[in-house]
Design a protein around this ligand. Structure first.
Ligand code: GLN
Length: 210
């Protein structure tokens, strides 16, 4: 199992993809950790960040806008080259290698199947306490809103948390993190701190190899 990332003294710049979705909540969660998050909606802004959060919203809309703004390939290339990324809900769908009910290509960087809106109408929003591997301090209150069901993880995917029905709530593949729920809608900043530490680790590794 991957150990929880170590905090280092390197100050990372974390961006939030700001094409559509709950951008502000993620920026506020980063502010609460003492690092200002930056909105990313252009390639120039993408160049300025060391790690990127892809928020929840509508994956169809975000996927379209990524293509229209010419960001799909450059973003995929940056992540493939080692930039840490964290997708929440719609963002997780966009990272998945397989999302059969999305009408546009995903970035295809996390070896999982994402089934959109798979929890059904009646229970399309729910909350549950989840133990997450690598997070100390007890369970996280996880808010699911028309969430995707993440399943069929490939061999490189570490499942960090599952729901009772066995579907994946949080998983990680190298520097790609995905949560089907919305940590930015609670005041629990531990997952944002986890991603911050992932980004610090990647920065420190890049500096060490220079
Ligand atoms: N149902 C949305 C989608 O499929 C995701 C919902 C969300 O991000 N809260 O894109």
């Amino acid at each position: 199992m991957t150990a929880a990332p170590e905090r280092t003294a390197v100050a990372p710049r974390i961006g939030v993809l700001a094409l559509q979705g709950d951008v502000r909540e993620h920026i506020e969660a980063l502010d609460a950790l003492g690092i200002g998050g930056a909105e990313v909606r252009t390639l120039a802004q993408l160049d300025e960040v060391d790690g990127l959060i892809m928020p929840g919203g509508e994956s169809t809309t975000i996927a379209r806008l990524l293509l229209i703004f010419g960001m799909h390939e450059p973003l995929r290339d940056r992540i493939a080259a080692g930039m840490p990324v964290w997708g929440t809900c719609a963002g997780a769908i966009l990272l998945a290698e397989r999302a059969p009910d999305l009408d546009r290509p995903t970035l295809g960087l996390m070896d999982v199947l994402a089934e959109r809106n798979a929890y059904g109408r009646q229970v399309d929003s729910f909350e549950v306490d989840l133990d997450i591997a690598g997070l100390d301090g007890g369970p996280v209150r996880a808010v699911f809103i028309r969430a995707p069901r993440l399943a069929e993880p490939g061999p490189g995917v570490e499942v960090l948390a599952r729901l009772e029905d066995g579907s994946i709530a949080a998983c990680r593949q190298g520097r790609v993190l995905a949560t089907a729920f919305h940590p930015e809608l609670t005041t629990d900043g531990r997952l944002h701190a986890y991603f911050l530490a992932m980004t610090e680790e990647a920065l420190a590794a890049a500096r060490a190899s220079r």
